[in-house]
Design a protein around this ligand. Structure first.
Ligand code: BJ8
Length: 425
């Protein structure tokens, strides 16, 4: 890393010593998990570069944007409508929260029996180790789960926080509430940025972010092929990076990758042999650098071909209609698209169960692994229904509950290997 970045991090109030420990651990881990893979698409080079420079150029861009008078808005959930931030000439960044590194820092305050994602995000702020958090003018939280919404109260003692109320149901009253929240968010963002969100601006932002959704969907479509042209680990990384990269650059890079993987599909080339077991992973999101389960599955010889999660299909599924209309109509269409995200925080949430079965069929999977972060009660309870639906369809399921530590790696490996053996016989 260059001296310039150290100065930049210092300016951002980063705890440099702690930050060094975090960054020094990444290259070795990335080498073992990513660079050890064979026959990767050459276009993954861009994503390797982004990880190698994780707190460098992009943070510099955010700083530059702020120095030019722009605002940076950080989020933790795919429910926050980024279009509104982009339409106000702001930059929206999805924060990571996928590492064990910041968990012990958070545990100085939060109860230990809290989901790792919540602890990791809180620890990043408390320990001042994330330049994305430090660069942001505002963190936007949501009331999706109880742990998160109470964490945001505590987080607001350390950073400006705005919380959107996500309803618990998708009834007409729930949708009405959400529409009001989207409108209030728009007004707040206009105030924060000092920029008016015109219908034109909103429609441009919608087109841009739909472009990112289309590119990711295109990548996922290529994963339906057998042999699969890209590993699950690489596809997961692409989604993770797209949360914080510049959307236009991201679209360009993902489409270049798609050109390459589609050529592989036409040539019948893959990263796993044809007929290798195909796995759908469903459940809690996997924020960067949470690659634990994918690594275990793929080193055991199976291919992860799809993720039904917020670092997968729930992130890019469903476009916002682009047919313009009045500002009110556009905001309604925006609100409606976000209500199409089937998070387990909703009750009932039958659409997610339907999605899992549909995706299992579309991606021709041999089995589903339900991935649950420990202490995430919504996904854990919903897994009962997932299990029932998959049993009715004759699709094998393995349920896993874990956190970000490596303590259970051996046990998880044994369980995954036994599952793979079972589905191959
Ligand atoms: S839309 S899945 S990104 S809330 S933090 S619910 S793992 S206990 S992340 Fe999520 Fe938005 Fe829903 Fe998606 Fe559970 Fe942990 Fe809560 Fe979590």
């Amino acid at each position: 890393m260059t001296t310039d970045y150290r100065n930049m991090w210092a300016d951002l109030g980063i705890d440099l010593e702690r930050h060094d420990t975090l960054l020094n651990a990444l290259p070795g881990m990335y080498k073992d998990i990513y660079l050890s893979q064979e026959n990767r698409p050459a276009s993954m080079g861009f994503f390797d570069f982004v990880v190698g420079d994780i707190h460098g150029i992009r943070v510099h861009e955010l700083r530059q944007h702020a120095m030019d008078g722009g605002k940076v808005v950080a989020t933790y959930c795919v429910f926050v409508p980024e279009e509104i931030v982009v339409a106000a000439d702001g930059i929206a960044v999805g924060l990571c929260a996928g590492t064990q590194f910041s968990v012990p820092i958070a545990e100085e305050v939060l109860p230990r029996n809290t989901c790792a994602l919540i602890k990791s995000s809180f620890g990043f702020k408390l320990g001042r180790v994330c330049p994305y958090v430090q660069s942001s003018h505002l963190i936007v939280g949501e009331t999706t789960c109880d742990g998160k919404k109470k964490m945001f109260e505590l987080l607001s003692e350390h950073h400006p926080v705005y919380v959107m109320e996500v309803p618990n149901t998708k009834t007409s009253r729930g949708r009405e509430l959400w529409r009001g929240e989207v409108l209030a968010f728009k007004e707040m963002i206009e105030k924060l940025t000092g920029n008016e969100i015109t219908t034109h601006k909103l429609s441009e932002a919608t087109k841009l972010l739909n472009g990112r959704r289309r590119a990711l969907q295109r990548l996922y479509d290529a994963r339906k092929a057998d042999p699969v042209p890209i590993s699950g680990k690489d596809a997961l990384l692409v989604t993770q990076v797209s949360f914080y990269d510049d959307p236009a650059r991201c679209i360009h890079q993902v489409n270049a990758l798609c050109d390459e993987v589609e050529a592989r599909v036409r040539a019948g080339e893959g990263v796993f042999p044809a007929g290798a077991p195909r796995i759908l992973i469903s459940g809690s999101p996997m924020a960067i650098p949470n690659w634990k389960l994918h690594h275990i599955v793929e080193t055991a010889g199976a291919a992860v071909v799809c993720e039904e999660s917020c670092t997968g299909t729930r992130f890019f599924g469903g476009l916002v209609p682009e047919n313009g209309g009045t500002a009110e109509e556009q905001l309604d269409a925006l609100a409606e698209r976000y209500m199409g995200i089937h998070c387990a925080c909703f009750t009932p949430n039958a659409e997610r169960i339907d999605d899992i079965v549909r995706l299992a069929r579309e991606y021709k999977v041999d089995g589903v692994i339900h991935y649950n972060l420990q202490f995430c009660h919504t996904y854990a309870n919903e897994a009962v229904k997932v299990a029932k639906a998959l049993a009715e369809e004759g699709i094998p399921l393995l349920r896993i509950e874990t956190d970000y530590s490596n303590e259970d790696m051996g046990q998880l490996k044994t369980r995954v290997e036994a599952f793979l053996e079972m589905i191959q016989h």
